[in-house]
Ligand binder design. Structure first.
Ligand SMILES: C[S@@+](CC[C@H](N)C(=O)[O-])C[C@H]1O[C@@H](n2cnc3c(N)ncnc32)[C@H](O)[C@@H]1O
Length: 265
């Protein structure tokens, strides 16, 4: 069934966290946390972080636990509801403001309000206008502040489609930058549109909106989606490899996802 990202996330919000418990996704999240930590604002007491498309609150909670004030947004009310419960359980309600907001129209925020703006976990891929999303992230971020954006890697998906014999989908993705993302939910499989990028395409958009792309990271680059990760020693080997090498320019573009970190000029 064709759906939208918002319907899908509203329908599956209560299963969302469970879907990301496997060792593969734990490594993905470790890589993300590694680069988020590298751009956390120094002025913890008066800094403000935006977690746009924050889902069930993973990054809002992790940054608030360090003492930061966070505004987390999402377009799917049920995801926000899950986040609200977790934030209350962690006793972080005084640190995190939760708002329903489309990343492509953040007019409820002033210009240059945030020291760090996060758009993790494909929010920019799933929204209806990725360029508008990046322009909004840039607008609300203070000069010298940072923006992180994670998206689906277009070339990785082209290769997957070729491997599956889906040549038309691969060529449509190459031509349009868009694919129908297949996702699993309680009643089977759904599809919703996702925009995908190469590192170069994402860098061009960053530069257009005064974000200097300081680092690109592949997420993950080396780690296989495989049972071998259940062995804790092997898990650690892959994690170390990712943390040391996944931002090398020669390998970052091979990631399942791409993260780009920009500094607002
Ligand atoms: C895969 S989840 C990632 C959640 C979280 N950022 C994380 O990394 O755990 C993608 C999220 O983007 C949200 N989203 C999709 N389109 C959006 C939009 N236009 N504006 C705000 N959030 C959006 C979805 O509702 C969903 O919660």
């Amino acid at each position: 069934m064709k759906t939208t990202s918002t319907d899908y996330h509203n329908r599956t919000a209560d299963e969302y966290d469970q879907g990301y418990q496997s060792p593969y996704w734990r490594i993905y999240n470790e890589i993300t946390w590694h680069y988020i930590k590298s751009v956390l604002p120094r002025n913890k007491d008066d800094a403000l972080i935006l977690d746009a498309g924050g889902g069930t609150g993973l990054w809002a909670i992790k940054t608030a636990e360090l003492g930061y004030k966070v505004v987390m947004t999402d377009i799917a009310d049920n995801m926000l509801e899950m986040a609200r419960k977790k934030i209350a359980d962690e006793e972080l309600t005084n640190k995190i403001t939760i708002l329903n907001c489309d990343i492509i129209d953040m007019s409820q925020f002033d210009n240059e309000q945030f020291d760090l703006s996060l758009a993790e976990g494909d929010t920019v891929s799933y929204c209806s206008d990725p360029e508008k999303a990046i322009s909004e992230l840039a607008r609300v971020t203070k000069p010298a502040g940072h923006v992180t954006v994670s998206v689906d890697n277009k070339l990785n998906w082209v290769a997957i489609y070729y491997k599956q014999g889906k040549i038309e989908q691969a060529e449509e993705l190459l031509r349009t930058g868009m694919a129908q993302m297949q996702v699993k939910s309680g009643h089977g499989f759904d599809w919703f549109p996702a925009y995908m990028f190469t590192i170069e395409e994402l860098k061009t958009l960053f530069r257009k909106y005064n974000l200097d792309p300081i680092k690109a990271v592949g997420k993950p680059v080396f780690t296989p989606f495989d049972k071998c990760l259940e062995n804790s020693e092997i898990y650690k080997c892959f994690l170390d490899l990712e943390l040391e090498f996944s931002s090398l320019p020669s390998v970052a573009g091979k990631g399942g996802h791409i993260a780009l970190i920009g500094k607002k000029l």
